[in-house]
Design a protein around this ligand. Structure first.
Ligand code: FRU
Length: 482
């Protein structure tokens, strides 16, 4: 790290010293989700496991609870349960990333070293057309032998290396190795009468010298920008995950301002043309964006997403900003191939946080304020279902539609902080798992065929009432991660 980096690191540590005690006073701090120590968090970055150690980096802005200059924060864990905060290894200390160390990925080599690729953001003040030429998106590479400290940065792709028919919005490299070559996907915004989202796939023999290999997009525009791409093969078929912007809102799909989903290509070959009908949203809740996956040493494909949404504060907010922190990451979710969709399930390690099983009284659970819980409801059949949480949030299923609704009453308005309703068409609801942290809900329907993630801010005792007599339910109080 150079002198500028050291100065920035010192500044970050001072800001954290002041911000962490304030954040920790918030009763909405989470028990088993990763959050920023203080300030703002967005995308998960550089997810990997090396020599047994899991690494979760994240977009971090300790400077401003509402975003601002981005750096990488870093958590590590051996068991996905006890996490250490390792500080901020990547700071904007070079001419290639002076306005932000943006999102990227990590690759682990056989010897355990990490190769990191990320976007270095450089803004051109006073540019004539900010969208087309207002910035540089440099692809930066650096390595780490020990997983904690990083060597010098090298810019491996810059302006002229990207196709001319793209705007300056090209970012978020995800790199993997396959058959002796390195591959990198970058998300982009392509020029044209109507700008459109697309993916650039690069290939390299050494991880340093890259050549464009292929472009991937839909035939007709599918949103104007695709962020945070990810590409992997599961169950023998290629999956391309993106966070597209600019999809028109529909009644049962694309209900947030931006989306995150995957194209299930049905092909053993890397695709170039993607079909919009292959696109499936990872998560239909209010707060989910920019997910990334990686394969761990057990051979599991794990996904972590950002529990948040860019530009959403116009619609809804988070009272945690009063305590100087905002946003979180989902629990690690194991992704497996299902029938026509991918399934997501909380990593099984989380089950060891279950404490005693709680027994309902008069069909209703009453839990102390701030209790986190894990609840599994089975035998719902295709009958109508309704669950009421703390008198302000209803989960309903009937006639092939599932809804998560913050009610119009006082409890609902406070709990939702501006959130209203999200819904999806589901042929049948057989099983529902609710992973409830202090101020986050992750709902897994039918073994994770559909997932809904949201922030929620209950006050006082937490009540859970299932209004469907046939369903069988189990609820465990959850302990905290260390
Ligand atoms: C997605 C994103 C990325 C970018 C990062 C900056 O949320 O906009 O495209 O690299 O956030 O924080």
């Amino acid at each position: 790290m150079n002198v500028l980096g050291q100065a920035l690191k010192y500044g970050v540590e001072k800001i954290e010293e002041a911000g962490i005690p304030q954040a920790e006073q918030d009763s909405y701090r989470l028990k088993f989700h990763l959050m920023p120590p203080a300030g703002w968090l967005n995308d998960p970055n550089g997810l990997c496991q090396s020599r047994g150690l899991y690494h979760v980096f994240f977009q971090y802005s300790p400077f401003d609870v509402n975003g601002g200059l981005k750096i990488w924060g870093h958590y590590t864990s051996r068991d996905l349960l006890r996490w250490n905060y390792e500080g901020t290894p990547l700071l904007p200390d070079s001419p290639y990333d002076c306005h932000g160390v943006y999102s990227g990925s990590a690759l682990t080599e056989e010897d355990g070293a990490l190769k990191i690729f990320y976007t270095g953001n450089v803004k051109h003040e006073g540019a004539y057309d900010y969208i087309k030429e207002g910035r540089e998106a440099n692809t930066i590479y650096c390595t780490s032998e020990d997983g904690y400290t990083f060597g010098s940065k090298r810019c491996v792709l810059t302006g002229e290396d990207y196709p001319e028919d793209y705007t300056c919005h090209i970012r978020d490299p995800k790199v993997w190795k396959q058959d002796g070559s390195y591959y990198m996907v970058l998300g982009g915004r392509k020029k044209g009468e109507k700008e459109r989202g697309a993916i650039l796939l690069y290939r390299s023999g050494d991880g340093l010298h890259w050549r464009i290999y292929r472009e991937m997009s839909t035939e007709a525009p599918f949103g104007y920008m695709w962020e945070c791409p990810d590409m992997f093969c599961t169950g023998g078929e290629w999956v391309l995950s993106i966070s597209p912007q600019g999809l028109p809102r529909e009644k049962f799909r694309f209900q947030n301002i931006y989306q995150a989903g995957y194209f299930l290509t049905g092909s053993r070959k890397m695709p170039d043309i993607l079909l919009p009908e292959q696109f499936i949203e990872w998560d239909m809740g209010f707060d989910f964006y920019a997910p990334q996956t990686f394969e761990d040493e057990k051979g599991r494909r794990l996904l972590i997403g950002w529990i948040g949404m860019p530009d959403s504060s116009r619609e809804y907010g988070n009272p945690t900003t009063d305590f100087g922190w905002q946003h979180a990451l989902t629990v690690p979710r194991q992704v497996t191939a299902g029938k026509g969709r991918l399934l997501q399930a909380p990593a099984e390690e989380l089950e060891s946080l279950r404490n005693r099983e709680s027994i309902p009284e008069d069909g209703k659970w009453t839990l102390d304020s701030g209790t986190a819980f894990d609840m599994i409801i089975t035998d719902i059949g295709s009958r109508p279902f309704c669950l009421v949480l703390s008198e302000g949030l209803e989960l309903r299923f009937s006639d092939g539609v599932f809804q998560m609704v913050f009610l119009e009453n006082e409890a609902g308005r406070k709990m939702g902080a501006g959130r209203t309703m999200r819904q999806a068409r589901i042929p049948e609801l057989g099983k529902l798992r609710i992973l409830a942290d202090t101020s986050v809900l992750e709902l897994y329907l039918n073994n994770g065929e559909y997932v809904f993630t949201t922030r929620y801010y209950p006050e006082g005792k937490i009540t859970v009432e299932v209004k469907s007599p046939c369903a069988s339910c189990r609820l465990w109080e959850m302990g905290a991660m260390e």
